[in-house]
Design a protein around this ligand. Structure first.
Ligand SMILES: Cc1ncc(COP(=O)(O)O)c(C=O)c1O
Length: 384
């Protein structure tokens, strides 16, 4: 029996050597490596500014600060997302307003956004779930109509294109994640991308205590001892140790993507004729980074539920996960906003059925074949 964890980072000698160099250099916090990572990331995405921070959650927080979010404002987000997308809104005592998803792509349902907009709405955070771009034409159109800012939650979407343009160049601000098992990793880390000079300046300052000059410039011969605190900021800067990992990983981003794409293709070919499984639907307006491969179990045709399916996968040595438990089903959201399962019927329905199966560049194609064999075996054994 194989042992295939749900996900693993792909770390090799290059990353280890890059970190060793930084450790030996004597400068281990934010400095020249961080600047280099920002420049290389900006070039990769094709955006004007890239600001490295210590998580995507920090990136989203800084983005909402930059657009001037205030207490009691509202921000539209999908219910199918990770905790961060909603929690950052609450940092401002503002309200995350949830929107249901499409049944086939699990992306925010753009037809249900406008009905949630009112005078207090300030922004939309489309989440490019699993690595597939949301329908950005519709989102940009509605944001222009009501003068809203668009902040991409691009935690999964590296690299992802929408009509030939990279995610990171479309909304007002985009936020990427380099968490341990994201498309590229720095352990923990994030990047904010924007074309807007004022947003970039504000984000840079707020990411390091609201100080007008960063530490690296202050303490090297380029800078001076003088600095000014111009706002009450945060401590969200990326370190050079982290950035060294990021630079090495970024070089492999396309290679990682190709590997995930091939695994996704194998899964799709194997599962497309199996009626008990719905495979992910990819819209033709863009590309899919395949950060996640989320199948939906057709429970009506099976004798087992999703938990039993995941348990059987585990018994066969395969780790699975669920992305995501929709926000409206969590105690905090139920308690605070009185959300009910029926308020988001599609997300509540798919939530019972979704399973994320392993897809990452460290997997071999043999591993992917094994996953396919086991999925099919479990389905066959549990057909109604
Ligand atoms: C959709 C989404 N947004 C934001 C985040 C937060 O990323 P980070 O862990 O880098 O803060 C995640 C992480 O899992 C995510 O999946």
């Amino acid at each position: 029996m194989k042992n295939i964890p749900y996900s693993l980072p792909f770390i090799s000698e290059g990353e280890i050597n890059a970190i060793e160099d930084v450790l030996k250099s004597g400068w281990i916090t934010t400095g020249s490596k961080t600047r280099e990572f920002e420049q290389k990331f900006a070039r990769y995405i094709g955006c004007k500014h890239a600001i490295a921070v210590n998580s995507c959650t920090a990136a989203l927080h800084l983005a909402l600060d930059a657009i001037g979010l205030k207490e009691r404002d509202e921000v539209i987000i999908p219910t199918i997302t990770f905790a961060s997308t909603g929690e950052v809104v609450t940092y401002f005592k503002a309200y995350p307003i949830l929107v249901d998803c499409e049944q086939d792509t699990l992306l925010i349902d753009v037809n249900k956004i406008e009905e949630k907009i009112n005078q207090k709405t300030k922004a939309i955070i489309p989440v490019h779930f699993a690595g597939q771009s949301c329908q950005m034409d519709e989102i940009l159109q509605v944001s222009r109509k009501y003068d809203l800012k668009v902040i991409d939650d691009a935690a999964h979407s590296l690299p992802t294109k929408h009509k030939g343009r990279m995610i990171g160049t479309i909304g007002d601000i985009a936020c990427f994640s380099f968490y341990a098992i994201k498309p590229i990793t720095t352990g923990e880390g994030g990047m904010v991308c924007t074309e807007d000079n004022e947003f970039a300046e504000r984000i840079k300052i707020m990411s390091l205590h609201g100080i007008s000059k960063d530490a690296w410039r202050r303490y090297t011969s380029e800078g001076s001892w003088y600095y000014e605190i111009i706002e009450a900021g945060y401590k969200y800067n990326m370190t050079d140790i982290t950035a060294a990992l990021g630079i090495t990983q970024l070089k492999k981003c396309n290679e990682f993507y190709r590997k995930r794409e091939k695994i996704a293709d194998k899964y799709t070919q194997a599962f497309k004729k199996i009626q008990e499984i719905k495979i992910p639907v990819v819209r033709d307006y863009g590309t899919h980074a395949w950060h996640l491969y989320v199948i939906q179990l057709n429970l009506e045709m099976l004798n087992i539920n999703r938990a039993q399916f995941i348990e059987s996968m585990k018994e066969n040595g395969i780790g699975c996960s669920v992305h995501f438990i929709p926000l409206h089903l969590h105690p905090y959201y139920r308690r605070t906003y009185n959300y009910k399962s029926k308020d988001f019927p599609v997300a509540s329905y798919v939530y019972e059925r979704i399973v994320s199966i392993p897809i990452y560049p460290k997997m071999s194609y043999d591993d992917a074949d094994y996953v396919i064999d086991i999925v099919i075996k479990i389905i066959k054994e549990n057909r109604k």
